[in-house]
Design a protein around this ligand. Structure first.
Ligand code: 5GP
Length: 221
């Protein structure tokens, strides 16, 4: 099959697929599975001033930077959006996103509601937003405790912030409940597939459709 990113008649602008959820709702696994399942999807790698967790790799999970560097990037307009979450700063570098979208690649974002609001305001036509809900409050707590990479104080803070994050669920285009990872993954895949086919995202298909109309019109004459 033709590669939709490189065949001119089917060329499209990429989708900015934003996933938000409280920490511990399984979003990182979903994100990883999506990236691994589809070479057209790229992950937006945020910058953060948070301490690196033991299992994280600099440049892969985040770009871990100092507060000074973060402020410089923000002030230079290099961040598409930014927010303070759990007492640390997080932001999305602008340049890789613009390059990916222009070449028909989709970009997946794992950002909070504050960042989602900013991206929606700036690039409404490109954005599809998904909120991932945990199956229950108990399960959310259990998942954060199982991760065991954070201190009890950090876990307590993340649980308090979960309530704030979840309160924004109604601002999203789609909502999925992560009680079954496979099903949830399939649902997000379906959202991405449908978003890719949106007419407004595919200006070049107009040439193809007009050609069909002309050819069929002549056949009928
Ligand atoms: P964590 O510290 O657990 O990796 O992430 C904490 C929260 O920060 C998550 O809800 C995540 O979605 C959010 N986050 C990560 N990167 C960004 C970013 O670049 N911008 C915004 N606004 N939020 C982010």
């Amino acid at each position: 099959m033709a590669d939709p990113a490189t065949t001119p008649a089917f060329a499209r602008r990429g989708v900015m697929l934003i996933l938000s959820s409280p920490s511990g709702a399984g979003k990182s696994t979903l994100t990883r599975n999506l990236i691994e399942s589809d070479p057209l999807v790229e992950l937006s790698i945020s910058v953060t001033t948070r301490e690196k967790r033991g299992s994280e790799i600099n440049g892969r999970h985040y770009h871990f930077i100092t507060r000074k560097r973060f402020d410089e990037m923000r002030d230079a307009g290099d961040l598409l959006e930014w927010a303070e979450v759990h007492g640390n700063c997080y932001g999305t570098p602008r340049e890789p996103i613009e390059t990916a979208l222009a070449t028909g690649r989709d970009v997946l974002f794992d950002i909070d509601w504050q960042g989602t609001e900013q991206v929606r305001e700036k690039m409404a036509a490109d954005v599809a937003t998904v909120f991932v809900l945990p199956p229950s409050a108990e399960e959310l707590r259990a998942r954060l405790e199982r991760r065991a990479e954070d201190t009890p104080e950090v876990i307590a803070r993340r649980l308090r912030n979960a309530a704030v994050e979840i309160a924004h669920w109604e601002e999203y285009d789609y909502v999925v409940v992560n009680d079954d990872l496979d099903r949830c993954f399939k649902e997000i895949r379906a959202i991405l597939d449908a978003e890719r086919l949106k007419r407004l995202r595919r200006p070049a298909i107009g040439v193809f459709a007009k050609g069909l109309v002309e050819t069929l019109g002549q056949t009928l004459l």
